[in-house]
Design a protein around this ligand. Sequence first.
Ligand SMILES: [Fe+2]
Ligand SMILES: [Fe+2]
Length: 297
Amino acid sequence: MEELIFNIAERQGKREKTELVLMNIYNLPPIPKIMQETIQLLDNKNTRTVDITKVISKDQSLVSKILTIANSPLYGLQRKVSSIDFAILVLGFSEIRNIISVLSMMESFKNKTDNYLDQKQLWLHSFLTGSACKRIADDLQTGNGGEAFISGFLHDMGISVMHRFFHSNFVQVVNLVNNEGLSYQDAEFEIFGLDHQQVGYFLVDRWNFPKTLTAAILHHHAPENSGDNLDLTSVVHLGDFMTRQLDAGVFEWDKDLVLNEAALKNLGFQSEEAAVKYIAGYKEMFESQKEAARFLS
Ligand SMILES: [Fe+2]
Ligand SMILES: [Fe+2]
């Protein structure tokens, strides 16, 4: 393999170039209108269930997708939910808001698959990671399962942005990995001057998501750098790692992911073995979520 010289100044130049392009992309996937409308309603104290139902019902495919997620093991409901009113009643406004956020983002990120990125695999990976994160946050009581769901869902969105807006660079990354044996992260730095964590961060920061969430996106491969936001970042890191460990979905981009010590400690695991044992308990959940995913795409 030919030795690659990582020139810091050259990398800095590439980074600046990428950032400049990112700043000038005005058609970054916007938050879909229906999501904006619903979130505004959900933020208003005077909103009634019927107002929300009215907006959501404008889109029947959205209705059935919300019901699919509400009935998935993520929420562990005893009774089957078959209407939006009932879903709001049993799950509450904030959970409905999380579900709608994830579904709308799925929609706005839909993109064409080519030889370099299988969008369906990325989508499934995002959904499974989001699901795992919610379950981990609920299970280990790290707080805010909804935010964990969204963070997990969005953690690799930088990859989608790179593919969509920097396609020829993206091709070069994949070629470097396949032909030169570089890790995806090194190849991203080599070509873009930054990695998909930073590109994803750029996007969510622009969408004004809370700091905890943006930090989780920015540091999901190296949670030890996330400072005060280690709780959520650790959850996202573990959820991401689980999909790899349990072969839930195929997502090559994560093949070099290693379980991070700081994250494990933060989540209260005494050893790596303890974490691996815990991870094994998620196998069934992934199977059910994969089944649910068939109705969401
Ligand atoms: Fe990643
Ligand atoms: Fe990932």
